[in-house]
Design a protein around this ligand. Structure first.
Ligand SMILES: Nc1ncnc2c1ncn2[C@@H]1O[C@H](COP(=O)(O)OP(=O)(O)O)[C@@H](O)[C@H]1O
Ligand SMILES: [Mg+2]
Length: 214
């Protein structure tokens, strides 16, 4: 049994090709159901998106297949930030091309599928960073505004890889659109507010984010 690195909320382990994710914190069951629904829906759609196959759920634990690849944040640290961010932008374009109602039956037809925690923290890639091999962590997926994912990926880079801020150009270029700073900043702040409700110890990150002028 191997504890998987880069988990920020839950407890995720791997054994013999099966990944087991036990949800921690508020609304654990609801987040698990959301991830299960997203994985099933994306697989049924035959979407071009590489997501794990859902094996099953019991209690607050979900099982899925293990996908191979190198973690986005490890590759960023290893000098592949431009490639990783480019691949993240291209993959996000594919995510946003999915009609959310095909994944979440209660969503309005024509609404956009938003990942909800998008960034190099939740992708695996080929060793050269050129291609995403796994899109993970769908517990926050919902029908929403694409700027949420664009802003959140930027937030992850700003807070966890500040030395690679310049390479975000690659991300927006590959995605094909860069909302203006005010729109992105507002999206970052509102997501931080939601996270403070979820995990009050994150208050410092909200205050820091609110203070950014660019
Ligand atoms: N199906 C999978 N195949 C391979 N690695 C995985 C898989 N699911 C999760 N992981 C690894 O475990 C980490 C934590 O899982 P994740 O779903 O992101 O949990 P958290 O919500 O705690 O961030 C991921 O960043 C990734 O490194
Ligand atoms: Mg994660």
């Amino acid at each position: 049994m191997e504890l998987l690195p880069h988990g920020y909320t839950n407890h995720t382990t791997h054994h013999a090709g099966v990944v087991t994710k036990t949800y921690k914190g508020r609304d654990a069951q609801r987040r698990m159901e959301r991830e299960a629904t997203a994985l099933c829906g994306l697989e049924t759609l035959g979407a071009v998106l590489p997501v794990p196959h859902l094996i099953g759920c019991t209690g607050e634990t979900l099982s899925m297949t293990f996908l191979s690849g190198v973690h986005g944040q490890d590759l960023m640290e290893a000098g592949r930030a431009p490639e990783v961010l480019h691949a993240c932008g291209a993959a996000l374009r594919a995510v946003h091309s999915v009609d959310a109602s095909e994944v979440f039956p209660r969503a309005r037809p024509g609404s956009v599928l938003v990942h909800g925690d998008y960034g190099p923290n939740n992708v695996l890639l080929t060793g050269d960073g050129s291609r995403v091999t796994a899109l993970l962590d769908w517990e926050w997926a919902h029908a929403g505004d694409p700027v949420e994912d664009l802003a959140w990926c930027e937030w992850i880079v700003r807070t966890q890889h500040p030395e690679h801020l310049g390479e975000l150009d690659e991300f927006f270029h590959a995605y094909g659109f860069r909302p203006d700073w005010e729109t992105r900043h507002q999206a970052m702040v509102s997501r931080c507010r939601e996270l403070v409700d979820f995990q009050p110890h994150r208050i410092g990150l909200l205050i820091e984010t609110e203070g950014w002028t660019r």
